[in-house]
Design a protein around this ligand. Sequence first.
Ligand SMILES: [Zn+2]
Length: 152
Amino acid sequence: MDKYSVEIRHEMMAAVKSKNTSPEVFLRKLLFSRGFRYRTNSSKVEGHPDIWLARYNTAIFVNGCFWHGHEGCSNFRVPKSNVEFWETKFRKNIDRDKRIKADLKTQGIKELVVWECAIRRMRKDESYRNEILEQIEGFLKSADQYMEIGNL
Ligand SMILES: [Zn+2]
């Protein structure tokens, strides 16, 4: 562990600890403005989702593309040094996400994953933002159990 610079470690700690990172807050505010009411980081729901919509029995996770290993996304690249360390790190996060996904499915809870790259584009692009919000609303009202939204 001592190989890693202070800055990298700082970033790592911040990413692990932060519960109110701005992409989450952005999505929450949008949903709120559309009339949705939710709980944040609900400790009663598996994986402590960033947004819990009890009325729709839906857990929403806003995933950072780097930390959660968004496959095929330009924001997800394994750093060139300490490759083994990073791969282990990403593997752990990805495995955890998979476990949560399986558990939620078993419990009959709907899950929506919104990748950070989609949130970034939503901030800048109003028509994309509306399109994604419609997709989210459609999912909430559907019988589908799982959906992922990313800007790939
Ligand atoms: Zn991404």
